[in-house]
Design a protein around this ligand. Sequence first.
Ligand SMILES: Cc1cc2nc3c(=O)[nH]c(=O)nc-3n(C[C@H](O)[C@H](O)[C@H](O)COP(=O)(O)O)c2cc1C
Length: 202
Amino acid sequence: MINMETLYQIGYGLFVVSTRDGKKDNGCIVNAFQQVALTPPWLCLSISKLDYTCELIQKTGEFCASILTESTPFDIFRRFGFQSGRTLNKFANFPDKKRAENGLLYLTKDCNGYICGKVREERDCGSHIVFLCDTTEAQTLSSEPSLTYAYYFKHTKPAPPKTKTKGYRCKICGFVYEGEPLPDDYICPICKHPASDFEKIE
Ligand SMILES: Cc1cc2nc3c(=O)[nH]c(=O)nc-3n(C[C@H](O)[C@H](O)[C@H](O)COP(=O)(O)O)c2cc1C
């Protein structure tokens, strides 16, 4: 038996993964990013096929992950996690950024370090593409504690507003699906998380 709730007990960090399409920089909030080998220090990054970031990494083979800190305001999630770079420039008017050696942007605020990767292999895993990558650069910026997914839920994400609406709320971003029942294959239009990440509004 698979209790999907048990998978929530896995701990994650949170990152802004930046990419570039030649002219325009893009950034996307990601939790599914990890170092998975020591020698060499290989990285694993899992990106939803619906994200523009997925297309850009497949095209360029490169990314830069900014490690977010507990100081990160919810606005960073709104900017990089709840809208797509397909239709707008998420780094426009964003002051706290610099370029890494591979030319991609990293955050200079609310970020304690950044790690750049180059794709070695990619694997189609259904909803996501999993990229196995070499580390090409890694720099520490501060000793502020890294933001965890658990901390984000407890302290960063605002409490959902009280509503009389009947339906289901996305636990990741707060989007409300009005209706009954929630289709099993439903995907949040805002943060692209699946039906299993929705809770019934009581
Ligand atoms: C807390 C949080 C965690 C997320 N984790 C991931 C992730 O691990 N992988 C992923 O592909 N998308 C993840 N997302 C969703 C993307 O950040 C979101 O779909 C983003 O708008 C995609 O932007 P893009 O189309 O410009 O790439 C997450 C969103 C949030 C708010």
